[in-house]
Every structure is written in C-alpha cells, then in structure tokens.
Design a protein around this ligand. Structure first.
Ligand code: WT7
Length: 673
C-alpha cells in the first residue's frame, strides 16, 4: 500500500491538525499498522504500559484460536495479569495524573435547564459510594447487574461501580420494552436491577419504574426471580429545585425490593478498594440482536477492552488534553460503552453527556450544545445527520461552531449527500469526517480513518485500525485480492474483540466462526476499491439497521406472530430517507380475519410492546400468500423488491406459485402505515 492518490475527489487532512497529531501522516499510519501486525506483542505492550497492573501478565499479550476446525475458539489478552478497569479510568488519573479537578462530563439534560459538570474526583467519589451500595445489596464479584437507565450521570456511576467491584453490568437501552428487559434479565440472571422513576424524552414523560416493575413481574411469571433488589434513581427532571420529589408519576413501591438511590447513597462511604480482577474476567454483557430472533449477550473482558477502547479513542479522535468531546449515542448501545464511558475516561477526556434528542426543544439543540461547551470532537450517527439536514443551514447559522476540529460517524453506511452536508455545513469544510465501522462484537473501531493521516473518500470507512487484519471472501470462502466485493471477515483477533456469547459459547462459535473457518465473520458485505479503500455495503444476513440500531427480521416476525389474527409474517428492509432502513412487514391472516387499519395499528403497537419503539414497523402489508420456493422457503429477495416497488424480479423459476407475486404488487403499501 502507498499513500493514496486517486482520480476521485479525496479529502486530505488539514495541516493544522497534522501539527500535533498522534498519527500525523499516512506513512506513519502504515508504519504503525505494519508493526501492529508483525509484532503485536511489542505494539500492545507499549499501550499496556500506560495502565496500572496489580500483577503483570505472565503469558503473551494475545493468545488465540480463530479456527473452529482446530478446537474451541478463544482469545486471551495479558493472561495472568491482575487489574481493575475502574481504577485505571479514575483512580489512576486522579492520583497519578492530578486530573481530580478536570471535568470528566458536562451533563446536559433533555431540558436545557438541567445541566451539571462532574470532575474526575467527584466521579470517583460517586462511583465508590455506589459500589458500596451495591456491595451492601449483596452484589459480589461475577454477579450480574442489569441497568435500565436514561442518560443521566448515575448511569455512568453505576456501570463504573460494577466494574470496581467486579460485577458484570448488563445495560439495557431504556427505550426497550418490559418484555425485552425481562428477557435480558433472565438470560443474565441478574441479582440487582438499577432504574429511574421516570424520564422525559422530548415532551413525553415515560414511567420507567413501571416498565421495570412489569419486567420483574414477567420474570416471576416465567419462574425466574433472580432480582432481589431494585435500586431506583429519582430523575433530576422529576425533582423540585430543592431536590424533593415532585409527584408527576405514581411509583408503586415494594419495600422488600425497592431502594431509593438517594437514601442508599446518603450514608455510603467514599472509600472502596477495587476488586483486583484477572485480565480475562468479564467486564460486561451487552445484548445485540441475533438472526434467530433471540438476542445474544456479547461478552467483553477487562484488559483487552481497556487497551482497545483507549487506543482507538486516542487515535481516531486524535485526543488531546484540552479537547471537549461529544458522542451523541446512548450508553445503552456499544457506542456509548466504548466511546462515552471507557475509551474517553481511560484517556482522561472531558466529554459531553447528553440526555436529550436532537430536535427538542428546538432543531438547533446539537449546535447550541456544541457552542455552549466549545466541543472540538463530535461523534454522531448518519441518521441524526439526515434528520437535521432536513431543516437546512439556518438552525446552524445561529451558533458558533468554530471550535469543531474532527467529526465522526458510526452505526450505518453514510450516504454521500449526508457526508457532504456534515463536512461542509457542520464542519465548515475544515474538519475531517471519520467514518468508523465496527460492531458490538468488535468492542471498538475496526475500519476507520485516522483524522490527520487518512485521505478520505465520502462513504468509505477507509482502512483497518492497528492490529486488525481484514479480508474479503467469496461465497466459497476463497479470499479475494485487490479490487473485490464479498464477505467482510477478520483473520485474527485484536484485544477488544468479544470473547463469547454469555453462557452460550457454542452460539458464539456458530454465529461468527463456522461459515468460514479461520475467520471472524462480521455479517457485513464489503467492497475494496482499486486504492485499497474498504466500503461497507450493508448486512448480508437477515439483519437490518434502522437508525443505526441493528435488529433481526426474525425478532419482528416473532412479535407479529403473537397477534391472534396472523398466520404468517415476513419482514424485510426498505430504504428510508432518514432512518437509513425501515421495516416493511408482510402478514398473512388466518381464515376469516379482515385486513384493515385497526389491525395495522394493533400490529404496530404489538411490535412496540414486544421489542420497543425503535422497532415500530413503517409498513404493514396484507399478503394473501407469501412467495415460497417449492421446498417452502420464503423468498425474501422477492419481498424486498416488492417493498421497493422494483418490477424487474429476474428469475422466478424456483417459485412454487408465481401468481402470488402479482397479488402482492397489487396490495403494496405506497405510504407508511
Ligand atoms: C452493524 C453493527 C458500532 C456501533 C453501533 C452499531 C453497521 C456500524 C458502520 C459504518 C457502515 C456500519 C454494520 C455493523 N455499521 N458502523 N461506519 N458503516 N455500517 O453497533 O448494533 O453492533 O451494529 O452496524 O452493519 O455490522 P451494532
């Protein structure tokens, strides 16, 4: 590989960024990249040396088997070492680096009236107190704690408190339904649930405690009552100015189980010795959609995740001490785990922690916050960019965005129009856009530009990060060289890759390693162009990506099938101007059932209840019959084409009954249901 030069329009890093950048040019990237593959031991050792190890590693930095035909899949990083994540991201900075007075987070609530700054030493003391609260509730090393919270500082306190005492946090995005929460609590058999009384999303008040109670009730119905305590935070927006409760929500109280955060924290001591964990002890579980419909508990471990999130954060956002960094994701997703909590804190960064939504109380909310905190590095999702693009330039022109230096995107492919707008209008043509490709499973960025080093092509995640060795395979598992398109896989692990599916190692091996022995299979399609740039082309399994949230068609189908009128359901993705993709559902009704608007509404409500609002279908179409092969397999390719109104269906010879297709075209939904 040489320094890229291309016929297409490329965007070169600005000179002022190069001056003090960690990786100042493409040749430095290449040299470091080579080192990371040729001598991973030396490469990662240097990174590890920046952190605190109670006991040094006894084994090599990375040990692994990536080939199912040679035995079980495993990855181990720094075997034998003992450490603690929380100590490394807090105590180390406060004690050794004198960061106590530095702001860790500027919290900005849903309403602009709610905001606060939290320094590193304040964060440490809250985390220790919370750790003691959890201990008092009986939480021990290895126990699971489910966390169902909005984006309030207590979410960070709780996750770090778990990390401090060696408990395994399982954060469930607070937009998930009680059913989804219940499923995740049962799978993890958590002993404590942490939630809040309620939360405002925009104008809407949501009774979180009620949803949490419903989830616990459902757990009991299913014969699983592992949760013994529910720690409840009073949301700042639901207090009076003096901090007292204002009764906007009725919160039923079970005094055997429920504990108010304020009361528990009041007398909780500020000293808490961290639990010294093995490098490969679990740090957290985070559930991600699986193509069978049942979510997978992606397991990450302490040392490797620490090294990888800290290094990617430092290089991809070219972090410097005086930066103010803002990632708009929710901590309920991996982006928040890696790039709001662990990566930034490991670097001693100052971050904005934002609870609200981009359009409340006005469509300039993002820009207002960038101006207010003089944000220098800004990381968001293409869906948010497309949403805000619709309002034009005017909302941005009211604010001073001159502090911005680097922009990032994550979660889904970014279309060139959104990229251009982000670059020109938000970044005023001055800021590189780092399009970071990664997954819950990868723990951190795996394909990404480095802002001062990589010439950009809009829509390409460009090149692999250090330690990552991508390959493109064809259907037969043959590796394709040069310009090519096929399955994106990785040939070897990096420290931050997932270690297992919680309590289901077999599923881990089957999902990611079976199809092409010797490789980790991402499930994404990918193209490599003549200059060696990687372009993600989207999922090639039955998963789809709505507003940057991955979900499986199977889980939506399972929800639709719960309706008594539905005999069969098939869900496909359809392009959507803002969300990227949206859900288009075909339902076949039972005999004598009528398809009408009421039913469509019921079905939409059902999916929201079973999964959560993010999975609300946009289209529900009547399907007197579904296109099937003679062996009875639903031909999703055809359904996708019908959803998109693509008339040229190609070869239909494998269809059992071609007439079905014509009928489906007749009944297409033009407008969203
Ligand atoms: C899937 C992973 C990684 C944090 C958020 C999502 C898609 C992610 C990009 C990107 C194109 C992307 C892929 C991937 N994806 N980033 N920059 N360009 N596609 O985490 O829920 O685990 O989803 O999101 O399809 O496999 P996730």
């Amino acid at each position: 590989m040489v320094v890229p030069e291309s016929q297409e329009k490329m965007y070169y890093p600005p000179d002022d960024l190069k001056r003090d950048a960690h990786v100042p040019d493409f040749n430095s990237y290449l040299a470091l990249y080579r080192k990371s593959l040729e001598n991973p031991e030396a490469f990662w050792k240097e990174i590890a040396d920046e952190f605190f190890w109670k006991k040094p590693a006894t084994g090599p930095l990375l040990q692994y088997n990536f080939d199912v035909t040679k035995g079980n899949i495993y990855v181990k990083c720094m075997e034998g070492a003992k450490t603690n994540m929380c100590y490394n991201v807090l105590d180390r900075l406060v004690r050794e680096k004198n960061f106590g007075e530095k702001v860790a987070y500027y919290w900005e609530g849903n309403s602009p009236d709610h905001h606060m700054a939290i320094t590193y030493s304040q964060l440490l003391s809250q985390v220790c107190r919370c750790a003691n609260v959890l201990k008092k509730m009986g939480v021990k090393k290895g126990d699971r704690v489910s966390i169902y919270l909005p984006m309030i500082p207590e979410l960070v306190y709780t996750m770090l408190a778990c990390a401090r005492i060696g408990a395994v946090h399982s954060i469930v995005f607070a937009g998930f339904s009680s059913e989804s929460l219940c499923e995740r609590i049962i799978d993890a058999s958590s002993c404590v649930l942490v939630t809040a009384d309620g939360v405002y999303r925009g104008e809407k008040l949501i009774n979180l405690k009620q949803i949490a109670d419903e989830a616990l009730e459902k757990c009991r119905e299913k014969g699983s009552s592992t949760v013994t305590k529910c720690l409840v935070i009073k949301h700042p927006a639901l207090r009076t100015k003096s901090g007292a409760a204002c009764n906007k929500l009725q919160t039923p109280w079970d005094s055997d189980c429920d504990v108010w955060w304020d009361e528990a924290m009041r007398d909780s001591p500020e000293e808490c010795e961290p639990e010294w964990l093995d490098a490969e002890d679990p740090l957290f579980i985070l559930y991600t959609s699986g193509s069978t419909g049942k979510p997978k508990g992606v397991l990450h471990t302490v040392a490797g995740y620490l090294l990888y999130t800290s290094l990617t954060f430092k290089y991809v956002f070219d972090h410097h001490h005086d930066d103010v960094y803002w990632c708009t994701a929710d901590i309920g997703w991996i982006t928040g785990h890696s790039y709001i909590t662990y990566g930034p804190l490991a670097n001693g960064a100052t971050s904005v922690l934002f609870e609200g939504i981009p359009v409340h109380p006005h469509v300039g909310r993002f820009w207002e916050i960038i101006e207010k905190y003089k944000v220098t590095k800004f990381y968001t999702a293409p869906t948010a960019i497309r949403l805000l693009m619709q309002y034009g330039r005017e909302p941005l022109q009211k604010y001073d965005l001159s502090s911005l230096r680097i922009l990032g995107t994550v979660g889904e492919p970014i279309n060139p129009e959104a990229w251009q707008w982000y670059h020109e209008v938000v970044g005023q043509g001055r800021c590189p856009v780092v399009d970071t490709f990664w997954q819950t499973e990868t723990g951190g960025h795996v394909l990404t530009p480095l802002p001062a080093a990589t010439p950009l092509k809009p829509g390409s995640a460009t090149f692999p990060f250090f330690g990552v060795e991508p390959a493109i395979l064809n259907e037969h598992g043959e590796e394709l060289e040069g310009e090519a398109e096929g399955y994106l896989v990785f040939r070897r692990p990096w420290p931050g890759i997932m270690r297992s599916v919680y309590r289901n190692h077999e599923r881990f091996e089957n999902t990611y390693f079976k199809k092409f022995p010797g490789f980790y299979v991402t499930g994404d399609g990918c193209k490599r162009d003549k200059d060696g740039y990687y372009w993600i082309t989207g999922r090639i399994d039955d998963m789809l990506n709505v507003s940057g949230h991955l979900m499986s068609t199977a889980e939506v189908e399972a929800a639709l099938m719960k309706h008594p009128a539905v005999a069969e359901a098939a869900v496909v993705s359809r392009p959507h101007a803002v969300k990227g993709e949206c859900l288009y559902c075909f339902v076949t009704l039972k005999h004598s059932r009528e398809f009408n608007h009421t039913l469509q509404d019921e079905l939409k409500r059902l999916v929201r209840e079973k999964i959560g609002p993010i999975a609300t279908p946009d289209f529900i179409q009547n399907a007197p019959a579904l296109p099937k092969t003679r062996s009875g397999k639903i031909m999703r390719r055809i359904l996708r084409q019908i959803a998109r109104n693509e008339k040229d269906l190609g070869d239909l010879s494998t269809l059992a009954d071609p007439k079905v297709v014509e009928e489906l075209f007749n009944q297409r939904c033009e407008a969203a249901a």
